[in-house]
Design a protein around this ligand. Sequence first.
Ligand code: SAM
Length: 280
Amino acid sequence: MLQPKTDKLETTYPMSPIGTIRSCFSTRNGTPRQPLIVPLARARLTFDASLVPPASLEGLEEYSHCWIIYVFHLNTDLDKLWKNPSRSKLKAKVRVPRLKGEKMGLFATRSPHRPCPIGLTVAKVESVQESSILLSGVDLVDGTPVLDIKPYLPYCDSIHGANVPHWVKMDDLLAVASVDFSDDFLSTLIGCWPAVDKKSLYTSPEEFQMLVKQVLSWDIRSVSQRTQVEENYEKIKNEQVYEDDGHDIIYHLNLEGLDVAYRITSYSNVLVENVTVSSK
Ligand SMILES: C[S@@+](CC[C@H](N)C(=O)[O-])C[C@H]1O[C@@H](n2cnc3c(N)ncnc32)[C@H](O)[C@@H]1O
């Protein structure tokens, strides 16, 4: 039997990814904070053929959803954490977007920054091919390494009457009031489309535009971006100067290799202004 490698300081288990995610989210910023809130968020999970024979996927297509267990491989502190776990200082409390940046104990949250940076998500199974699965509703960044998948079983995975803290129930807190597009957004997008068309998870510029709308229906800005802007609004209010826009802050969302530029007003209206082929 395979034994964990043990030495004086630590025990490690030799687990390696069984597959990799190709997701519509090119960067962490803009990736939904939880699964299923952006139904059009698509990803393809492709399995490592040397570890996963195609027959192991047989029957999965009969489930509507599956759990995905993965590594938060883009956390910026991984090097420190893995090279010297006892020295890498774990933040016991983390800022919570729904609490406007107030702190909460790490294990009372779904923060990616954990002593063992493993993520857990659920996704809709769209289709199963020989060595890959097309998923939707994902909150995964492109390139995410996957450790395991399991079918979602409503009879035991869904807990009727489960309790959560009050702040978790505040669903609308991060919803924006509206998402509108500039007059020439779609024509510009159609112009960019040939650059991404062949490898895209979307069939047309119109479908991609719907994805942008769904993603931006939630305030995806970081806690610090939002606080900074809110402080500015307060200043303006106190100086009794009336302005209705987010000043000149242009935010960027990177989806499918396209850079989408947008503004957000003090009343949480989003205006999507432009799209270009990303240079990254
Ligand atoms: C709040 S976490 C929750 C993830 C998962 N549903 C969970 O509960 O474990 C979701 C965020 O993790 C980040 N994320 C997603 N995939 C990642 C990856 N491979 N590496 C690092 N961060 C990632 C994105 O910024 C996303 O908004």
